[in-house]
Design a protein around this ligand. Structure first.
Ligand code: HEM
Length: 503
């Protein structure tokens, strides 16, 4: 009996090792000669020690990928263990080849987007093929300018509450951790605009904001799992402590989404839709019908709500917080923004910024763009190519997992110059933008799978920042170290602390 067991176990071991060896040989052969930093590569772990430096994906990894971008400015390989290679694209000429297509996101075993499915389902962000096409067509009208215009009032009301919250720190002459406060504000905004759902999620007395903190945990854990090949198996992962916690966090955010949907469904039953010119995002989801009269399934609606709740608040919170940080670091640019905002506001009839005024905030817009270049709120995205791609003399075969590193693109010295780490809003002056390759600057990605919410996001960023800068001058709290942390969005490891002096 024991002999049979030993024989069985040895056979399985030999098969596993043979499978692994074949995989290693195949991957090495496929990417033979591709640029990669062999000096930074461990013989077994590949680049994992840099990816998981001190156990998290942070500044060390960002410094490394910038170093590799300087050496290999069109693409480089990133090895996750001995048998998995990711092709990182970091130059407009290489990444435009994939961004111009609607090629899907990789969702196979061990692929990053797969690990997000328990949370976001197959919503617009993760779905591919016909499902993505249908949802994109359905939801595009929800971002029509006529729908977005009235949202400026919501942006302003929520930003006014943010001002009040920051004022409490200013009164005590304390620095405020802005990332958390801004996240509450952007969540408030997306809940009201897309879901007609009002909460007191900016109420500081609540002490926490369970939805924001839970999304923080989920997004951080999602990224952590992506960098741990030993956690790729669902069977294993969901039996670990972290896997169980991830699942329970997902269950909680799903109950939030279910509540939003149920309330809106009840409100819609009493409403006369024929009188409304435009429907908001959730109305569209709830009333959408196929040619055969079939509506969207409950799971599909929830996936979209979860996707928009996350994409609609975490990304903008990252953008606004990091831009504010750069402005606090550069008083000269902050002052120019304030002068512009004061002037534009003084020229309005109501004394309040309206939709059309946002375009007149040209210098603020330059600072926003430069802030999103420097910090890249969404640092990287993945795609699976459906046709071979040629970069320099190398052919990336069909079905490869491509990492489009937005952060590396935005720090590529061959595109942005040796001063790419400097905050220089003049990079986005009209003359400079005219000379720019359209794929050199992609905070919202580009092509058919670009960000559906980018106009919403830009208007929101302008309104929130203009409201804040009208009331305060920000400066950095030098006692607090600000360090980047990569999750699905660019976070700050211990937050961002700023002093706000009332003007
Ligand atoms: C500064 C803010 C934002 C940034 C930097 C940003 C960036 C991005 C990027 C890079 C992508 C491509 C993702 C990928 O290929 O995996 C994307 C897609 C997407 N974004 Fe945004 N986003 C922002 C705000 C928003 C907002 C406010 C919403 C919703 C209201 C939104 C909804 C989405 C959705 C649904 C997708 C998937 C689109 C598709 O695949 O068709 N985003 N965004």
């Amino acid at each position: 009996m024991a002999d049979i067991f030993i024989l069985g176990a040895s056979t399985i071991l030999v098969l596993v090792i043979t499978h692994l060896l074949i995989k290693i040989i195949k991957v090495k052969y496929t990417f033979w000669g591709f640029p990669e930093s062999i000096y930074d590569k461990h013989w077994l772990l590949g680049h994992l020690p840099h990816i998981r430096h001190q156990g998290y994906l942070g500044q060390h990894f960002l410094d490394k990928i910038i170093e590799w971008t300087e050496k290999y400015p069109t693409m480089f390989l990133l090895w996750i263990g001995p048998a998995t290679a990711r092709v990182v694209l970091n130059h407009p000429d290489s990444l435009k080849q994939i961004l111009r297509t609607a090629d899907p996101k990789p969702v196979g075993y061990g692929q990053a987007y797969r690990h997000g499915i328990p949370w976001l389902g197959e919503g617009l962000l993760i779905a591919g093929g016909a499902k993505w096409k249908r949802s994109r067509r359905l939801l595009t009208p929800a971002f029509h300018f006529d729908i977005l215009k009235p949202y400026v009032k919501v942006y302003k009301t929520c930003a006014d509450q943010l001002v009040k919250n920051i004022q409490t720190f200013a009164d005590r002459k304390e620095s405020a951790e802005v990332f958390g406060l801004v996240s509450g504000c952007t969540l408030d905004i997306i809940l009201q605009c897309a879901f007609s759902y009002e909460t007191d999620c900016q109420n500081l007395l609540r002490n926490d904001n369970r939805y924001v903190t839970t999304v923080y945990e989920i997004a951080t854990e999602w990224t952590r799992r992506n960098t741990c090949p030993w956690l790729y198996s669902d069977l294993f992962y969901f039996n670990t402590k972290m896997g169980k916690q991830f699942k329970s966090h997902c269950d909680y955010v799903h109950t939030v989404a279910d509540d939003i949907i149920a309330k809106r469904r009840r409100a819609l039953e009493d409403a006369d839709l024929s009188e409304r010119k435009y429907l908001d995002f959730l109305d569209i989801l709830l009333t959408a019908k196929d040619g055969d009269g079939q509506g969207m399934s409950i799971e599909d609606i929830r996936s979209e709500v979860d996707t928009f709740l996350f994409e609609g608040h975490d990304t903008t919170a990252s953008a606004i917080s990091w831009i504010l940080y750069s402005l606090a670091e550069h008083p000269e640019h902050q002052m120019k923004c304030q002068e512009e905002i004061d002037r534009v506001v003084s020229e309005t009839e109501s004394g309040e910024l309206e939709w059309n005024d946002l375009d007149r905030l040209e210098y603020l817009t330059q600072c926003i763009k430069e802030g999103m270049r420097l910090h890249s709120p969404v640092p990287g995205i993945l795609r699976e190519n459906q046709a071979p791609i040629k970069v320099d003399n190398h052919v990336i075969p069909t079905g490869s997992c491509l990492t489009i590193s937005i952060y590396c693109l935005h720090h590529n010295p061959t595109v942005w110059g040796q001063d790419h780490m400097d905050f220089r809003p003049e990079r986005f002056s009209k003359e400079n933008v005219r000379k720019m390759d359209p794929f050199a600057y992609c905070p919202f990605s580009a092509g058919p799978r670009n960000c559906i919410g980018q106009n919403f996001a830009m208007a929101e960023e302008k309104m929130v920042l203009a409201t804040l800068l009208q009331r305060f001058t920000f400066s950095v709290d030098k006692t607090h170290m600000v360090e980047k942390l990569l999750a699905a969005v660019m976070r700050a490891r211990n937050g961002i602390k700023l002093f706000a002096s009332p003007r």
